[in-house]
Design a binder for this molecule. Structure first.
Ligand code: GDP
Length: 196
């Protein structure tokens, strides 16, 4: 898999508008500002494949990328904006849970969380849904360069403790786009999911 060959396919306004459910896809999710776009750009060695929307509450799109034919990366809209109306949040959660449950091509989900405040309610909810759908989860504790080595180690161990509660296959690793920490784990995990 040549991650650097990843290219944009389409933006979908909702799950129903996503491309045909064939091949294999892996979804990336996280709170807004968690470092999801940076991680996708780091993975694909591209400067601006994934772009951030800094506008809270703006209608966000699902961006679909393809590494090679039939192998997709799905950039789900960032969540966690307080300003988004409750009704919109509920609707999104509903379609997201349907996506996790019904999407045949979905083989795993990468959840990005700032290492300084991981496992917020929405993150935990998403991870639990994924586990309940028997999907493997890679939980990346992002911006790991923001912590010194000791604090980073503590955060990882604590994260792994927390992840046990979900029961399923949840791997917790530190990640830094800035320092390229965890990039090998991310790549190897995706390859494992693509190859299964
Ligand atoms: P997104 O909203 O989840 O797509 O987050 P972005 O990728 O746009 O990142 C949000 C902010 O965090 C930006 O200001 C990034 O420069 C910063 N950021 C992202 N990844 C890292 C990282 O690995 N280290 C540091 N120090 N900052 C990061």
């Amino acid at each position: 898999y040549h991650f650097q060959n990843t290219h944009f396919i389409t933006s979908a306004p909702n799950i129903q508008a996503m491309p045909e459910d064939s091949g294999i896809e892996i979804a990336f999710a996280g709170r807004s500002n968690a470092g999801k776009s940076s991680a996708l750009n780091t993975l694909t060695r591209q400067k601006s494949l994934a772009r951030t929307s800094k506008t809270p509450g703006r209608t966000q799109l699902i961006n679909v990328f393809e590494i090679s034919e039939g192998f997709r990366l799905i950039d789900l809209p960032g969540y966690g904006f307080a300003q988004v109306p409750e009704e919109v949040k509920k609707q999104w959660q509903k379609s997201l849970s349907e996506y996790l449950q019904d999407r045949q091509s979905l083989k795993g989900i990468v959840v990005l969380m700032d290492i300084r405040h991981p496992f917020k309610d929405t993150d935990a909810g998403l991870i639990q849904w994924a586990v309940d759908c028997e999907l493997p989860v890679l939980a990346l504790l992002t911006k790991s360069d923001k912590l010194k080595q000791g604090a980073r180690k503590t955060a990882i161990l604590k994260g792994r403790e927390t992840a046990k509660v979900f029961g399923g296959n949840v791997r917790v690793e530190a990640f830094s786009s800035l320092k390229k920490q965890g990039l090998d784990v991310l790549q190897n995990t995706l390859v494992g999911w693509f190859d299964q």
